[in-house]
Design a protein around this ligand. Structure first.
Ligand SMILES: [Zn+2]
Length: 104
C-alpha cells in the first residue's frame, strides 16, 4: 500500500530535522514532487534555499541527499535523523559521478 502524501510529508519532515521545511506536491503526471527548503538559508533573490525533486521514492531520496549535503556544508552542528544516511548519500553521489564519467 502506498502511503498517503501527508503521511510521506510528515515522515520526510521528521527525517529532515528541525531546520527543514518539507512539502510534497503532486505533479502534472500524478507523481510526487518533493521539496525540502531550509528555514535559515536564502539562495539567490532572497528565496529560501530548497531542493526540488520529482518522483516517489526516487524523489524523496534525491531531495533528501541534497538536503543532507546542505546540512553538512552549511549547518555542521545541526542534528537531524537524515544525517545517518550521509554515507549512503555520498555513495550515491559517487556512483552518479562515476556514471557520468563512463558516459564521457
Ligand atoms: Zn541552510
Amino acid at each position: 500500500m502506498v502511503a498517503s502524501r501527508s503521511a510521506r510529508e510528515r515522515k520526510a519532515a521528521i527525517e529532515a530535522g528541525p531546520l527543514a521545511k518539507v512539502k510534497i506536491d503532486v505533479g502534472a503526471d500524478q507523481q510526487f514532487v518533493y521539496k525540502v527548503s531550509c528555514t535559515v538559508c536564502t539562495a539567490k533573490g532572497d528565496r529560501p534555499w530548497s531542493a526540488y525533486r520529482p518522483g516517489d521514492d526516487n524523489g524523496f531520496m534525491a531531495a533528501m541527499d541534497r538536503w543532507i549535503f546542505h546540512l553538512k556544508e552549511k549547518h555542521p552542528d545541526a542534528e537531524a535523523p537524515c544525517l545517518a544516511y550521509l554515507p549512503a548519500a555520498q555513495q550515491r553521489l559517487h556512483e552518479r559521478r562515476a556514471a557520468l564519467d563512463a558516459r564521457g
